[in-house]
Design a protein. Sequence first.
Length: 261
Amino acid sequence: MSLRALRQPTLAAILGVGALLLVAGCAPASTAQPAPAPESPTAPAPTVEPTAEPEPEPSFDASARSIDDPDSIWVVSNKLRPLDPADFAPDDLVIPENVENEWGQPLRRPAARAVEKLVAAAERAGHGLWIISAYRDYGTQQSLYDGYVARDGRDAADTYSARPGHSEHQTGLAVDLDDHGDCYLAACFGETPAGAWIAEHAQEHGFVIRYPEGSEEITGFTYEPWHLRYVGEDLAREMHETGTETLEEFFDLPPAPGYAE
Ligand SMILES: [Zn+2]
């Protein structure tokens, strides 16, 4: 099956996900109420659309936003796609409110608002989440990466830390979460109740797990169940409904297992 075909959500998938959202209590107010009947008897009665044949779902426009512009919430940053300019810095950074934040790092405004909702929803489900890391500027990433190289060597550091100018954290759209448990920045976080909840519900708030298990050869990074990337609700939902795990696959980009040089 072609990727394009996979992107056409089936009606069953739409209804299934819709039902799931309703059960989870996170559905947007999509069931529009009909306008109240006008009081005046002379006013024409509102026309009622026939509901027997549902409108076909419009196909997703994968070119609606740029994947190259670092200011786009769809920007794809990986080892073959450095941010341009390399020292890009967003101009709408804000500190997420009502979320414990280890280093007090900000996020771009839409990502900050989304993570507030995600953490609140997790709280209602019994999972106390906090932010370990969010926006890191070029200089901070340079210091981090250099420290890892000094400690573990360049080859090892490249498997878990992005070089400056290649980090999603530099976009202001990536956030690392934790549950105060024993799997701080560890793969076992994905097996904790909090990690499992994130895997199931992140997309409802516009996030994807950017480095899924088993996709190292595509994303260039080992499994990071704690690292969420904000892409907006439309794209996150589309990736979820089509079962597409990585941005590289969704946008038909080449795998990026390593740096070009
Ligand atoms: Zn991260």
